[in-house]
Design a protein around this ligand. Sequence first.
Ligand SMILES: [Mg+2]
Length: 227
Amino acid sequence: MPKYVLWDIDGTLLKNARFGGGLYDEAVKQVTGFTPLGPRPAEHGKVDGQIIAERLAEYGLDPAFQDAVAARLDELALERHIDGGDRRELVPGAREALAAVAAAGWTNAILTGNSTTRARAKFLGAGLDPDLFDWEHSFFGGQARQRTDVTAAAAAALGDDPHVIVGDTPTDDLAAKAAGIPFVAVATGVFSVERLRQTGAVLVLPDLVHGLEDLLGELRNMAVLAR
Ligand SMILES: [Mg+2]
């Protein structure tokens, strides 16, 4: 029976961007000609399709720009994340955790608010081989309007095959819970261990170095229960 660890990307496998959100505004500007209003609070846990829709609404722009902005965001990601000024960095222990999960008989896959293109661009820029993941059993939010759409798609596609989401935000937890998927939290994004303990996470890890043994233990328990 295949078993899947569904990894979130930002704040979980890769460190968050220093200036989160700037790329969305740039895509909006290039497509619509409207100059957005400047820096804003980060939108951790939101999916790309949602962020684009919210910004078009906030700026009073035609929602019909949605697909063009999403497409431009993908192009900007290829320019910026791979060789440009926005190459992303792995969190400590990411590579080792992916190897250990695979060695334990689980398939590494992705559940992210990004599009497929953005996810690949971020991994390539960070020097992480995209082939470490099963892209056929991964789930993306480039078109989604809420994270629960992405987790619902994952639950429907994976069915009875054991699967667990690893992420860094309370929103990840809520979306996992809505789809009945267990959630493991890791405090390498902006949310602390204490804050993440207030979620429904089955396990809260400080990071992927000090939390790896606990993660592997949880996976062993899930595999036993699934038999
Ligand atoms: Mg995240």
